[in-house]
Design a protein around this ligand. Sequence first.
Ligand SMILES: Cc1cc2nc3c(=O)[nH]c(=O)nc-3n(C[C@H](O)[C@H](O)[C@H](O)COP(=O)(O)OP(=O)(O)OC[C@H]3O[C@@H](n4cnc5c(N)ncnc54)[C@H](O)[C@@H]3O)c2cc1C
Length: 435
Amino acid sequence: MTTALVLGGGLAGVAAAQALGQNAVTTTLVDRADYHQFQPLLYQVATSQLPAEDIARPLRTIFAAEADVDVVVQDVVAASFADRSLTLADGRTLTADHLVVAAGGRPNFFGIPGAAEHTFPLYSVADAERLRRHHRALVTEAAGTQVEPGALDIVVVGGGPTGVEVSGALAELFTALRKAGKLPDEGRVHLVDRGHAVLGPFSERAQQYAHRKLTDDGVLLRLGTGVDAVHPDHVELSDGTHLPTRTVIWAGGETGPEIVQSAGATTGRGGRLDVRPDLSVEGFPGVWAVGDVANVPSGPGEGVPTLPQLGSVAQQSGRWAGENVARLTRGEATRPFHYKDKGIMAMIGRNAAVAEVGAHRHEVDGPLAFAAWLGVHAMLLSGVHSRTDAFLSWAWDYFDRDHAATVESHDTPRRIAWGDDSQDVPHIDLGAPRT
Ligand SMILES: Cc1cc2nc3c(=O)[nH]c(=O)nc-3n(C[C@H](O)[C@H](O)[C@H](O)COP(=O)(O)OP(=O)(O)OC[C@H]3O[C@@H](n4cnc5c(N)ncnc54)[C@H](O)[C@@H]3O)c2cc1C
């Protein structure tokens, strides 16, 4: 009997455990949360478009039908690649024939003073829910009293896909709140980035589309400008400006999680684990790394570029590593990872998106790009939920209908009609430590 441990229940860890379980490998998946969290919809939670429960699915529900997969809900406090072991917060140590590391990433604050203490990262449903509650409290406060200038402003740091998507969604929320008479005129969204264009990895056309859309929606773009320090009530920018704000969202980059820094392997670019083409970790037989925690090569051979931190990379690499373990158990050779490139895309607002579809990067924007976004995300979601029809129906409504008159930050947002039982509700602990 072959055994495996999977560290992390994100898209990569779930896909790996599913592949292992389906190949009769006795698998234990460990995560500090009792639920999988679907990161691409985090900013919809942060901006009150979705309740947190709708994008968090209990891991035990996901694996209910997998007899060979057991779920352990514990913080992993140490890992040893040499022993293929995980030490849990409750004192137990688990070991197995294979260890699949799928521990995701964490924000990289680049040592900027105050950034770790005073910003809101957006990595988990707890992060998104904390941000939503913080903003709601500010809006409620502003409705009753005069607040200081800038108190309602939000500064988003980082103009990559996450920063652009969250800025677009916030601008929409601000417009909706203003129309409903719930937000005074002064609340603004500022997007700050050291680069000279938003959406760095995209084509110039997509960058210009996103720039135009954000500006039209009232987002103040501060490009070519860095953040030098973050304080509870303002940020210091590299051009000497002090921007008053009580809300700074960190979308400024990510690095490998703490747990892999002391597990025995030297980490590579971005504090992530370098892997061989078959996703195994050099020098540690039986250890694999997948998803955001890994520098996944885009093809065979030395020095090839690595793939970006994307949901489809996480899901496909997780599945591939699980299948490679299964190949070894059958006495076969492992196979180098082959990525089916779906392209890159970003949703800038309810009715605006950019997409570069497929490996050839066919450029589209507007409704077509939204349709591409929907297709790719429905596929990602299908790995953790059978009711993609419910997601599609919510998403078309989100895209189609002007929620401006109804969306209020303290109202219950429109839910995805998952039709779940009460036992399928996750336990979201806002005090839980971050990845
Ligand atoms: C806001 C946001 C929006 C995004 N939007 C998109 C998008 O639109 N499209 C797209 O393709 N990609 C998107 N991405 C990227 C995509 O979500 C990630 O690439 C993907 O989810 C990574 O999956 P993963 O399984 O590698 O890591 P994660 O999903 O981060 O999972 C890691 C898991 O490991 C667990 N873990 C870590 N350390 C420990 C420990 N010590 N003990 C116990 N458990 C631990 C964590 O709790 C977590 O559940 C987005 C990411 C973010 C943050």
